[in-house]
Design a protein around this ligand. Structure first.
Ligand code: ATP
Ligand code: MG
Length: 272
């Protein structure tokens, strides 16, 4: 299986969620709202389709108590706002992202984008709005351009070069013998951590997402790269709604809003 196939296969494997028969379209500025959200992984129901393509019967709830990861969580993220999510390990930060991308459905409450419940939207449409940068950038064997484009034919050469420029990695890429066509070997093992981070930034930016989600890397990079990463981040969050699971104090300091997660699984508190 090629890497592209594997990535798309991964995105396709979410039997828990279904698109509605007549999805609602959203074309607003990207306001996000969590309203009284409750979520427990041990209450996630697999909703497969039957042979006719209709949603199959949902199994009855198991007798065990729900193990709530999120209890009555409410917050809003206004268009253009940069929000830092901080908190202890296991507190539910990544879960928030998985719910926003609708990898799972919540048990109570609502998650809305521009006032539309994400369960009323087409699943692919929901996910298309987000550019996601994972903590550990995933590079595959192919060219650097392939790695930035990620199979999206509509991302032109100019767009991906501009994205690389905007995150301060253009000069480095152009210095390679093959430039943007240079092969990435063994999942980027010949590139430094900082270079891989910046390439994954360029990937997100090239797709011009309305909403940026970034799980900030914890691995340390040298001072010069650190500066580049910070500058790149500043440019990426400009003019778009951004959610950053923050590990750097500098990121937290520059956020418009900080959402603090406690490890005791208590409600989320948002502070401006
Ligand atoms: N797929 C899953 N199935 C069951 N439980 C899960 C799953 N993913 C996470 N959990 C549990 O949900 C809780 C919240 O996990 P989550 O990954 O959201 O934490 P986090 O705040 O992102 O932590 P970290 O800072 O370590 O990344 C944890 O108790 C975790 O064990
Ligand atoms: Mg996490």
């Amino acid at each position: 299986m090629s890497c592209f196939c594997r990535i798309f296969k991964l995105l396709d494997t979410a039997p828990e969620v279904l698109s509605p028969a007549t999805p609602r379209r959203v074309d607003g500025p990207g306001r996000i709202e969590f309203e009284n959200v409750w979520f427990a992984y041990n209450r996630v129901q697999a909703r497969k389709r039957d042979a006719n393509g209709h949603p199959a019967e949902v199994a009855p709830e198991p007798p065990t108590e729900p193990d709530w990861v999120l209890r009555n969580v409410s917050f809003t993220i206004e268009p253009g706002e940069t929000v830092a999510i901080v908190g202890h390990t296991g507190a539910g930060k990544t879960t928030i992202i998985s719910l926003l991308l609708r990898f799972y459905d919540i048990q109570r409450g609502a998650i809305r984008i521009d006032d539309v419940d994400i369960r009323d939207m087409d699943v692919a449409e929901v996910r298309r709005r987000f550019g996601v940068v994972l903590q550990d950038p995933f590079l595959f064997s192919g060219t650097i351009a392939d790695n930035i484009r990620l199979g999206s034919e509509w991302v032109t050469k100019e767009m991906l070069e501009q994205a690389a420029e905007d995150v301060n990695i253009g000069e480095f890429i152009r210095s390679l013998p093959g430039g943007f066509d240079e092969a990435v070997r063994e999942r980027g093992s010949t590139l430094s951590t900082g270079q891989k981070q910046l390439i994954s930034f360029a990937r997100a930016l090239a797709h011009q997402p309305k909403i940026l989600i970034l799980d900030e890397a914890t691995s340390s990079v040298d001072t010069d790269t650190e500066l580049r990463v910070r500058e790149a981040l500043t440019r990426m969050v400009e003019g778009r709604t951004s959610i950053i699971i923050a590990h750097r104090l500098s990121t937290v300091q520059r956020a418009d809003k900080i959402i603090v997660f406690t490890c005791t699984r208590l409600p989320v508190r948002a502070a401006s």
